[in-house]
Design a protein around this ligand. Structure first.
Ligand SMILES: O=C(O)c1ccccc1N[C@@H]1O[C@H](COP(=O)(O)O)[C@@H](O)[C@H]1O
Length: 223
């Protein structure tokens, strides 16, 4: 039996300001990302992220993004934000991702020749791996607003997929219809400036995801 499509989860990443966080939640975000990567223009310190995360209502998940961070830094963020979901976006090995003993999303940097299935296989069965987050391969590791070639995604990936990389209100409906990811993740596409979110763009983005969900539910229930 084919399950009827329910809804695609939405993560909005790179929040640095209270008003943006409140607006993201109001727009319909299921998860809010804090960038703990100092070179990023969206970087926030642990104390600041904890202040912001304390505003989140129940059932909205704070996510901590790390790029090749020391275990102590990851542990400090986990201690300050107890329900933090981790996102490893650098060159971490599976063993390093497991070290914090907390659930995590693993970023896969998509480019021609990258073997996603082989990469995902290294995380299969690991106790804390929760999803593959597919992003475009860029020098800066991420947050560059670059779309990757979605045809690089194999027809079935054996774990939940989070689609990211250059998403915005104009292309996310297509992405959801094509790849049926568990969730989508956006940063640049809903920004007025780096680290400053735009309320209207966040609303339009979430509405575009809901539009895709409605179309998938129609398709599925037609069978
Ligand atoms: O947001 C950043 O500054 C960032 C820095 C380093 C690694 C990842 C980063 N963000 C993540 O990148 C993807 C794609 O973002 P965008 O929508 O293309 O801007 C997303 O998963 C962010 O969480």
């Amino acid at each position: 039996m084919i399950a009827v499509h329910a809804r695609t989860r939405i993560k909005i990443c790179g929040l640095t300001r209270e008003a943006d966080l409140d607006a993201a939640v109001e727009a319909g975000a299921d998860a809010i990302g804090f960038v703990f990567y100092p070179p990023s223009p969206r970087h926030v310190g642990v104390e600041r992220a904890a202040q912001l995360a304390s505003r989140l209502p129940p059932f909205v998940t704070p996510v901590g993004l790390f790029v090749n961070a020391a275990l102590d830094d990851v542990a400090a963020a986990c201690a300050a934000i107890p329900n933090l979901l981790l996102q490893f976006h650098g060159d971490e090995t599976p063993a390093q991702c497991e070290q914090a003993a907390r659930p995590y999303l693993r970023a896969a940097r998509m480019a021609p020749g990258f073997d996603l299935l082989n990469f995902a296989r290294q995380y299969a069965g690991l106790p804390h791996a929760r999803a593959m987050l597919l992003d475009a391969h860029v020098e800066a590791y991420g947050g560059a607003g670059k779309v990757f070639d979605w045809s690089l995604v194999p027809p079935s990936v054996p774990c939940p997929v989070v689609l990211s990389g250059g998403l915005n209100a104009a292309n996310v409906t297509d992405g959801v219809l094509r790849l049926r990811p568990w969730a989508v993740d956006v940063s640049s596409g809903v920004e007025a400036a780096k680290g400053v979110k735009d309320v209207v763009l966040m609303r339009q983005f979430c509405d575009a995801v809901r539009e895709a969900d409605a179309r998938l539910a129609d398709l599925d229930s037609a069978y």
